[in-house]
Ligand binder design. Structure first.
Ligand SMILES: Cc1cc2nc3c(=O)[nH]c(=O)nc-3n(C[C@H](O)[C@H](O)[C@H](O)COP(=O)(O)OP(=O)(O)OC[C@H]3O[C@@H](n4cnc5c(N)ncnc54)[C@H](O)[C@@H]3O)c2cc1C
Length: 398
């Protein structure tokens, strides 16, 4: 594996560095939790114009249409992380729905939705999970029946991130109720959140925020032309989305930046006058985490090489998701432990460090280990499909 950059790539790096220096004042301070702020939208537009984001999206759908160049993508990741500048908006619409639509959508659907989504004007939520259908997603029971040019949907979704702020939902519904194989008969459909019959109820998490919701659907009428892919083929379409979701959930640059922040905190915090970084037990924990973050970085390089060779990246991406989410949680856990009793403070408490950021992360990151496929399920898939270990025993049919 040759890890050196060519002269052409090094000049691209300088171009990116110059851009970041010249536009430092446009870097958004507030990004917006559910809907992007005006400054975040302006930043996104600038990055699209420069060809730094939406690189794979054709120009006719509002993207930058750059030829695939994983080295340039890597350089962008490195330089933006170094400048502490966000490399564009990250949300379910941009990271998961747009790539799915590019793969499966009709021309009209692409024209209608992609440009507005990548510019941050159209916000999407993901309506997959249901009570009783999370890890076992294929057991979903929200159903849709045909009525003229429409489907009428009834059922319930749960854990729907940003449903309260979203304009649209991409959802899985069951259309062929009598299909013998439960993976068949699932349809992937898009609906406006303004459609009559949709009720969104917030769910409060332990961070105190209400980022996700229950969504109740009662006689919700959706035009058939909003189905993505063929009717009954939604399982295959949804797998394409999940592949992109798992890719989105693990950035080694972000993990390394967190380690640097953790080491900064450990240098500042003291116990009986001794800096936390000098205390062997904590130092040992920090080094283990640093080792794992570096392993993630090299795993990402392995992925780059594999992508170069056109190899299948599904399983390596599962490893990224599993490692990154567990690692982030453990970094936050060490930060909170290092703070001692201060680690118990959050919610703007007077003496909290960094506004209680580490405490919030500790709680939030626990959710990320579950969202997009739980760690246990990821381990099962890696073991069975990646390492060829015996399959998980199934319950006997009685
Ligand atoms: C922060 C967050 C955001 C989310 N956002 C969305 C969203 O926007 N849209 C959406 O549709 N969903 C969303 N989800 C839901 C998420 O996809 C599900 O929570 C996840 O798939 C797990 O399903 P479940 O909660 O039903 O748990 P279950 O499937 O009931 O699992 C419970 C436990 O049993 C374990 N388990 C289950 N089956 C097995 C097995 N075969 N082998 C070993 N262990 C097993 C699981 O790993 C887990 O520990 C979100 C979840 C979180 C936490």
């Amino acid at each position: 594996m040759d890890l050196s950059y060519s002269g052409e790539h090094e000049s691209f790096r300088r171009e990116v560095q110059n851009f970041l220096a010249e536009n430092a004042r446009a870097i958004p301070k507030h990004f917006g939790v559910n809907r992007p702020t005006a400054e975040a939208v302006a930043w996104q537009r600038l990055l699209i114009e420069r060809g730094y984001v939406a690189r794979g999206v054709p120009r006719r759908y509002g993207g930058a249409e750059c030829p695939p160049d994983i080295m340039r993508a890597q350089i962008l990741g490195e330089e933006f992380a170094r400048a502490r500048a966000p490399l564009g908006l990250v949300n379910q619409g941009i990271s998961m729905f747009v790539p799915t639509l590019l793969e499966w959508g009709t021309e009209a659907q692409k024209q209608d939705w992609i440009a507005r989504t990548i510019r941050g004007e159209l916000i999407w939520c993901q309506g997959y999970s249901e009570p009783g259908a999370g890890s076992d997603l294929a057991s979903l029971r929200t159903f849709a029946v045909e009525d003229g040019n429409d489907f009428i949907i009834n059922g319930q979704k749960i854990w729907t991130t940003t449903a309260h702020a979203a304009d649209m939902m991409f959802a899985l519904v069951r259309t062929e109720l009598e299909a013998k194989n439960r993976y068949r008969g699932i349809t992937y459909i898009c609906l406006s959140m303004q459609t009559p019959g949709i009720e969104v109820r917030p769910l409060r998490t332990m961070t105190g925020a209400a980022e996700f919701n229950e969504v109740f659907l009662t006689d919700v009428r959706v035009p058939k032309h909003q189905v993505i892919g063929a009717r009954g083929d939604g399982w295959r379409v949804s797998n394409s989305t999940l592949k992109h979701e798992r890719g989105m959930l693990g950035d080694p640059h972000a993990a390394l930046a967190r380690i640097r922040n953790l080491l900064g905190l450990m240098a500042d915090e003291t116990v009986d006058g001794v800096s936390a970084i000098e205390l062997p037990v904590w130092r040992d924990r920090a080094m283990r985490l640093q080792g794992r973050a570096l392993a993630m970085k090299y795993h990402a390089m392995r992925l780059l090489t594999a992508a170069h060779k056109g190899e299948d990246l599904v399983l390596p991406r599962l490893i990224v998701k599993l490692q990154a989410t567990e690692l982030n949680h453990q970094i936050a856990a060490l930060a909170v432990d290092v703070m001692g009793e201060m680690g118990l403070l959050y919610n703007d408490a007077a003496h909290s460090r960094a506004g209680g950021l580490w405490q919030k992360r500790l709680m939030f990151d626990l959710g990320m280990i579950i969202g997009g496929g739980t760690a246990q399920i990821q381990r099962n898939i890696i073991a069975e499909r990646g390492l060829g270990l015996p399959r998980e025993p199934k319950m006997a049919k009685l």
